[in-house]
Design a binder for this molecule. Structure first.
Ligand code: NDP
Ligand code: GDR
Length: 370
């Protein structure tokens, strides 16, 4: 039985990857951070009581900022594959916590590589590094491929650039099987609530159910190549099954603006929008409302701009060229933007329907103080 170790197992990708690897018969080990509240919601359905026989999912407390703990866990587990998904992954937050981001996202990767080397596991353990389309930053060329030069535009992207190159360097210097997946944005109903897609689908669901008035957004002109996390974790696995360690772009090859994502999401609840104005004065109003389940008045303002969400340096346009992954990995995504949006909006409508039911029945929504 192959053993995999996943950092960031409690995140969006960690959850989908764990599910995939368990299905493939792996013993999966994950590193979770100690938190003052439970933080394993996304993988609770996969959790097995450690007192049972044949437990295939095991969690270890740890942190990418702590070498001692990473070395101990890697020594204990002796993994065949390590998926380094752990990171402070929010671009805007990285401007507020740049040193922490550099430590966890940049040096954290070095700590994993060095632990494998020090423990003499370079022949046994294959390493996947979660690299990102944010490395491309300021547009040099489109579509972006493995050959496109990097120009990172945030402390997050700069830290990930270090992680990218230290992975390449350990591969070349010590002949390790260490690969970067340069993944473009990928989303799902498990996406963190403050990333733009999930913020939109949650907002749309709440507005449709009468639980929220308006959605405040940042830059609506940013263009992203959005895929589904379920498709993208398959690529991570494929990258580690190759004969040779290499780096791969994983993307759909199609780009859309944030504004378009908003329109598609409102369309899922039967609402057509009309955008008016420019920059900070842009607003969106309900132009047509044709779903009797969610009767939103025509003319209602549902989107406005809050400059707080603008970034000091923005990444304007991402569109990936997945040719290498398609030909060498035989990777092909099953979802497109429409099926992704449909699934995300439906999941959030379901989530907030439950909240509304509780609220209407007089129960207080948990974790909210008055
Ligand atoms: P999430 O933010 O959903 O998950 C991040 C994970 O990292 C969580 O499990 C989090 O733990 C953990 N983590 C955060 N800080 C630390 C730390 N100091 N030590 C150990 N673990 C830590 O991210 P995604 O699942 O979306 O992304 C996975 C990886 O892929 C990240 O490295 C991200 O930067 C990268 N990436 C993501 C893309 C995307 O579009 N989703 C695209 C390209 C790259 P906790 O749950 O406790 O917060
Ligand atoms: P990104 O994702 O920065 O691409 O990083 P995010 O969803 O945060 O932003 C995408 C674009 O939307 C614009 N935007 C807003 N973003 C947020 N979060 N909130 C808003 O209100 C808002 N309004 C407009 C942003 O300015 C940006 O242009 C994600 C993360 O998962 C990274 O970890 C990963 O490496 C990259 O994707 C690929």
């Amino acid at each position: 039985m192959k053993k995999a170790l996943i950092t960031g197992i409690t995140g969006q990708d960690g959850a989908y990857l764990t599910e995939l690897l368990l299905k493939k018969g792996y013993e999966v080990h994950g590193i979770k951070r100690r938190a003052s509240l439970f933080n394993t919601d996304r993988i609770d359905h996969l959790y097995q009581d450690p007192h049972e026989q044949n437990v295939h999912l095991k969690l270890h407390y740890g942190d990418l900022s702590d070498s001692t703990n990473l070395i101990r866990i890697i020594q204990e587990v002796q993994p065949d594959e390590i998926y380094n998904l752990g990171a402070m992954s929010h671009v805007q937050v990285s401007f507020e916590a740049p040193e922490y981001t550099a430590d966890v996202d940049g040096i954290g990767t070095l700590r994993i590589l060095e632990a494998v080397r020090l423990l003499g596991l370079t022949k046994k353990t294959r390493i996947y590094q979660a690299s990102t389309s944010e490395l491309y930053g300021l547009v040099q060329e489109v579509p972006q491929s493995e050959k496109t030069p990097f120009y990172p535009r945030s402390p997050y992207a700069v830290a990930k650039m270090y992680a990218f190159w230290i992975t390449v360097n350990y591969r070349e210097a010590y002949n390790m099987f260490a690969s970067n997946g340069i993944l473009f944005n990928h989303e799902s109903p498990l996406r963190g609530e403050t990333f733009v897609t999930r913020k939109i689908t949650r907002g749309v669901a709440k507005i449709a159910l009468g639980l929220q008035d308006k959605l405040y957004m940042g830059n609506l002109d940013a263009k992203r190549d959005w895929g589904h996390a379920k498709d993208y974790v398959k690529a991570m696995w494929l990258i580690l099954q190759q004969d040779k360690a290499e780096d791969y772009v994983i993307a759909t090859g199609i780009t859309n603006t944030v504004r378009e994502f908003i329109s598609l999401s409102f369309a899922e609840v039967g609402v057509e929008l009309r955008f008016e104005g420019e920059g900070v004065n842009e607003k969106a109003f309900v132009a047509k409302s044709f779903n009797p389940d969610f009767p939103i008045p025509v003319g209602k303002e549902v989107v406005a701009i809050d400059p707080r969400y603008f970034r000091p340096t923005e990444v304007d346009l991402l569109i990936g060229d997945p040719t290498k992954a398609q030909t060498q990995l035989n990777w092909k995504p099953e979802y497109d933007l429409y099926t992704l949006v449909k699934e995300m909006v439906a999941a959030d409508v379901e989530l907030f329907r439950r909240e509304k039911l509780l609220k209407d029945a007089g129960y207080k929504v948990l974790n909210q103080f008055e």
